[in-house]
Design a protein around this ligand. Sequence first.
Ligand code: PEP
Length: 253
Amino acid sequence: MRVKLVAGNWKMNGSLASNQGLLSAIIPAIAPFSRMKCAVCVPFPYLAQMRQMLGGSNIAWGAQDLCEFDNGAYTGGVSASMLADFGCRYVLVGHSERRGMFGESDEVVAVKFGKALAAGLTPILCIGETLAEREAGVTENTVARQIDAVIAHSGVKALGQAVVAYEPVWAIGTGKTATTEQAQMVHAFIRGRVAAADEEVAAALPILYGGSVKAANSAQLFAMPDIDGGLIGGASLIADEFAVICRSAQPAD
Ligand code: PEP
C-alpha cells in the first residue's frame, strides 16, 4: 500500500516573515494527519528556517533543485551534500521550469537525480509534456524519454528510493488541470513503463500529480488508483488550501 505524499513547491516565493506566518498556520493544521506524508520544497536560503520550524513536526522539507556537480569550483551551485546538511529529505529534480527556462536536458536531470540519491535525499523527479507535445499526440513518448534517461543513468532500482511527479506543463500555474482520467492514464503509463524494467519497483513507486491542484479538485485526483498524492505550486502558499489538499490525501477511516 503506497502512502500518499503531498509536497508543496513554493517556487521563488517567500520571506522570513511570510514563511513564519504560513508555517505557523500549516503546522497545527497538518499535525493530525498521521496516514499521509507532507513536505514543502522551498528556496535555498530558507532551508535553515525550515529546519528550525519544522524539526519535530510531521512536515518534511526539501529544495527545488541541486547542482549536478559535487562541492568545488562551481560558483553559485548548491550541492546535494549541502542540502543533506540542512536536513532536507526531498529535492525536486527536473521541474519543467528548470527544464524550460534553464535549459536542463534529460541527461543533466538524470545526473542530478543520481547526486541526490547518493547524498541520501529522496529525489522527486518531475516529468511531463508540453501543450504542443500533447496536441501532437506524443505525451507518452515524452514521459517515457524522461523516465528512461534516469533509468539509463542510475538503474531502475534507484526509483525504489525516489518519487515521480507527473506534471503536464500546460497545467502548471495556468489554472488548467488535467481531468482525473487524463492524469490517471498517464500515471498508469508511467507505472507500466517502470514495470517493464522492474515490477516490484513500479508497484511501490509513488507517482504524484502536479498542475493547478487545489482544495476543490485534490480529492477526485487522489482517488485515482495510480495517483499517489500531489506536487502543489500556487495552492501550497495558502495555508487553508494546502491543509484541505493534505486532508484529502489522508485515507478515510
Ligand atoms: C508546480 O510548480 O510544480 C505546480 C504544479 O504549480 P501549480 O500547482 O501552481 O500549477
